[in-house]
Structures are given as C-alpha cells and as structure tokens.
Design a protein around this ligand. Structure first.
Ligand SMILES: [Zn+2]
Length: 309
C-alpha cells in the first residue's frame, strides 16, 4: 500500500489564511484501500472553507480515480446510465443549465470548450449541442467507456494536472471536480491561463454551508464524502480563490436537489426501495429546496466567472 497522507498544509486552500481550526474527524466510508482510516477536517477561520488536513496522498487519489469518479467498482453501460438518468433526472438538467449560462456569458468569441472531469459525458454532449468544439479530460476508464458511447469520441484519460495544450478556450467547465483536488489553487491558476480573455469559467461544487451539512454534520451527504472530497467550499472561499487569479465572479447560484430514493437508501439500505419514502422525497423536497436556496444554504454552488482582459 502506498502512502495514505500527503504533507500537512499550513494555509487555507481557498483564501491562504493560516487561521485554521480542527472541525470534525471522519472515517473513510467507502474506498477499500483505506478502510477505517480517520481523516481530520479543518475549517478556515477567515473564509469558512473546510478541507482534509493532512490531505490524502496524490497516489491514493490517483488509484481511486483510474477507474471512476463516481464510486464505481465495476464497468457500467451507457444504457444503465441513461436509465438511471431517466428515473432521476440529474446530470442532464445540470449540464443543460450550466452550458446555457456559460454560453450566454462567453464574450470571448472563442468557441472551444474544455470539459475538465467529463465523467459520463453529459456536459460535453450539452457543449456540442451548443456548437462548441470540445476537449474533454477524465481519468476514470469506466466512465470514459460510457462517454465514448454517448459522444463518439474519447476523452483524454489524464488528471487535469497532467494535461498540456497550447490552445485557449472560451468556456472551461469543471463540474464536481474542485472538491477532489488537493491544493485547488494550482488548478485555478491553470484554468485562468487556459481561458481566453472574456471567456467563462463555469464550476459546480458541493457547498459546505449547506442546510444538509448543518443538519447531518459529517454523516453521509453530498459534501462530506471522505476521502474523495478533500475540500468543502463556501461562497466566501470560492470568491477569494477565483479573484486571486483574475477570474471575476458574475453569478453564484444555489442548487438543491435530492434523488427520490435518498431516504429509501438511507433507511432501508442500498438496494431497497419504498414507494412511500420515494414519494415523500420527490414532493417533500420542493419546499425544503426552495428554503435552502433562499437562505443561501443550497447543497451545490454553481459559479460563473469571467477572465478579465
Ligand atoms: Zn480561508
């Protein structure tokens, strides 16, 4: 077994402050290789961002992502992915909304798009429908097979840190990626360099100040998924992180949605469903989601930033 932990960080991964305090500890819950390892979550006293400290070692993260960023332990077919998506529409809705905003905000005149962490390919598909030329990168080989079946081409099977190009992009999209990256400021600096002037960076991350995190703490929720998620962002933290690299935030949207089987899975186990529980989640979430978003405590943040000329 290679190393589990990287070296301890002495500054906040979002704003750079050295005022860090221990927040909670969480044992890993899923990845076989680090069973029962306890991870320390610290919280920045300046911007409220949380992160694992010490963070997991890059080798550990790479060993997880070579197969999947979706916790897959075996291959999955496009038909299965599309059937799941039909049952609980999720990625298609997000991809359509994010690409439509990015398209509206892109004033660069550049119609090349980079999809970082392209997953099953829903975002690249939406970019292609919006007439962008796409470059997609994603290390997970199970996901990349689905991507190819959906889009007809292969993503580059690399981590973003290993990606090199001389191209500039009018749109750079990063959905559910930044929370996986140790020292995300390196990735943001790279994004800023790859973006054309007046191009758009569109990014989605789980929200550390979400109502669900307040209620559930470190119990399983969209944000506190350890050790895959190493960072837990706040609006203030993301703002600091992007501004340092000349990315001017234009919009931040709060997004809240639960899978209809969220309660069934939590209460009855992974493969059991209750028609009543699913109904409660499907309709009960409407007022909850509205409230969470209005309070700016949504489960996810969608952030749109423009590169200043
Ligand atoms: Zn901070």
């Amino acid at each position: 077994m290679s190393q589990i932990f990287a070296k301890l960080l002495n500054h906040c991964i979002a704003c750079g402050s050295e005022q860090l305090k221990p927040w909670q500890k969480k044992r890993f819950s899923y990845t076989e290789r680090v069973e029962n390892t306890e991870f320390q979550i610290v919280r920045c006293q300046q911007c409220g961002t949380g992160f694992l400290n010490p963070p997991p070692h890059t080798d550990l993260l790479k060993s997880i992502y070579q197969y999947s960023g979706h916790a897959l332990t075996s291959p999955i077919s496009l038909a299965t992915v599309l059937a799941q998506e039909k049952q609980f529409p999720n990625s298609t809705i997000d991809a359509k909304r994010i690409v439509s905003w990015a398209q509206r905000l892109n004033r660069s005149g550049n119609y090349q798009a980079l999809d970082i962490g392209s997953g099953y390919g829903f975002y690249t598909q939406a970019l292609k429908l919006a007439h962008y030329d796409t470059v997609s990168i994603n290390p997970g080989k199970y996901e990349n097979r689905v991507f190819k079946a959906m889009n007809g081409n292969d993503p580059l099977p690399v981590m973003f840190e290993d990606f090199n190009t001389s191209n500039l992009f009018g749109v750079i999209l990063m959905s559910q990626v930044l929370e996986h990256l140790v020292e995300p400021e390196h990735a943001i600096a790279k994004v800023a360099n790859l973006l054309a002037n007046q191009g758009v960076f569109a990014c989605a991350v789980p929200h550390f100040n979400a109502l669900t995190v307040k209620i559930l703490g470190t119990k399983d929720n969209a944000c506190l998924w350890v050790p895959e998620h190493v960072n837990y962002f706040t609006v203030q933290g993301v703002r600091k992180l992007l501004t340092q690299h000349d990315l001017k935030i234009i919009h931040i949207h709060q997004i809240t949605r639960f899978r209809y089987d969220a309660l069934s899975r939590r209460l009855l186990g992974e493969n059991h469903r209750s028609f009543i529980l699913d109904g409660i989640v499907k309709y009960g979430q409407i007022p909850f989601n509205y409230l969470a978003n209005v309070l700016r405590m949504g489960i996810y943040l969608n952030i749109y930033a423009i590169k200043n000329g």
